[in-house]
Design a protein around this ligand. Structure first.
Ligand code: CUA
Length: 353
């Protein structure tokens, strides 16, 4: 019987390499979280607005300076280790360089003057950037209050007298003032393509202004650990042409439409007769609680569960039936509707556009 010849194998000199690559991949791929349809990974180095562009420029300058220092220092080390003749290395035990007082000037130049110049340049850039970001050339007409909750974003257009959630609509090309606060713990508002992070603190209001260059949808996230669903506290910034934005405002100001069929009326009765009303508002009905997101125009929003699920009928059904499965620890309890009741409820909620 033929036996396969054993192919002599080189001993693997790096037996831990696959494990190391896997560990590295975890870091490299960890940004690949599920994203709502139509959005991309939000990179601070792909700025879409005034403040982020300013910050990205400073980032690149600091990166270039850091790279330059790395190259010079590495070249000096290589020179001292391999090129300069033995006995003149200046390494510990070699006194020839240190004995010469003239060589102190390298300590002054390399250790004090060059770092001081680099840090001064970075400080001037940072201060001028902070100044530019502090206030826009004209005070924004649009003011939006953003309130952090565990784990979603309340978005109040107080001048327009409506409230929405997890989606901030803004007019493109215009400055917008954001007033940031929290209803519970500290959160942090971060839309990397628009601005640096800003904390949302309970009992205090922080203010930033943003300006989005072009119409489009940008992703944001909570950047301060705020509990077990911190990672599922995302939001969208939707920049629209000014006319489109005005139309959106007009539509959001309307109360929820009245049911126009028996089926939808049945769905509404189920909603108003259940525990939904202890937490949610639907303007135009008796539901006016403010614990959870305002649902008056739920169907007009792109996502559910604070930016983590596309707003589809199936996802909404899953959320209503067992929200704790999708986002354990959130405040919404599971419901005990029958299959047909869930369908009727969905029929009703889908009219809230
Ligand atoms: Cu909110 Cu992290």
């Amino acid at each position: 019987m033929l036996r396969p010849t054993r192919v002599p194998q080189k001993a693997n000199r790096f037996p831990r390499m696959p494990g190391l690559f896997a560990a590295l991949a975890v870091f490299l791929l960890s940004a690949c979280v599920s994203a709502p349809a139509g959005t991309e990974i939000p990179s601070a180095l792909d700025p879409r607005g005034f403040a982020a562009r300013n910050i990205a420029t400073i980032w690149w300058i600091q990166f270039a300076l850091g790279l330059l220092v790395l190259i010079v220092v590495t070249a000096l080390i290589v020179y001292l280790l391999f090129i300069r003749r033995q006995g003149e290395t200046g390494l510990p035990g070699d006194q020839t360089l240190l004995d010469d007082p003239k060589n102190n000037r390298w300590i002054w130049i390399g250790g004090i003057i060059v770092p001081a110049v680099i840090l001064a340049v970075v400080m001037v850039l940072t201060l001028s950037s902070m100044n530019a970001l502090a206030s826009p050339s004209q005070e924004p007409e649009t003011v939006i209050e953003v309130i952090g909750h565990q784990w979603w974003w309340e978005v109040r257009y107080s001048d327009e007298e409506f409230v929405t959630a997890n989606e901030i609509h803004v007019p493109a090309g215009q400055p917008v003032r954001l007033l940031l606060t929290s209803a519970d713990v500290i959160h942090s508002f971060w839309v990397p393509q628009l601005h640096g992070k800003m904390d949302l603190n309970p009992g205090k209001t922080n203010s930033i202004w943003i300006e989005v260059d072009e119409p489009g949808v940008l992703r944001g996230l909570c950047a301060e650990f705020c509990g077990i669903q911190h990672a599922k506290m995302q939001l969208l910034v939707i920049a629209q042409e000014p006319e489109e934005f005005d139309a959106w405002i007009e539509q959001q100001r309307q109360p929820a439409p009245e049911p126009n069929t028996e089926r939808i009326r049945y769905g509404q009765q189920l909603f108003l007769g259940s525990s939904c009303v202890y937490c949610h508002t639907v303007r135009g009905t008796n539901a006016n609680a403010t614990v959870g997101p305002d649902l008056t125009h739920l169907a007009s929003r792109r996502t559910l569960g604070s930016g983590i699920l596309d707003n589809t009928r199936g996802n909404l059904a899953g959320w209503i039936v067992d929200p704790q499965h999708i986002k354990p620890g959130n405040l919404m309890p599971p419901t005990s509707f029958s299959g047909d009741e869930v369908q009727a409820l969905l029929d009703y909620l889908e009219t809230l556009d």
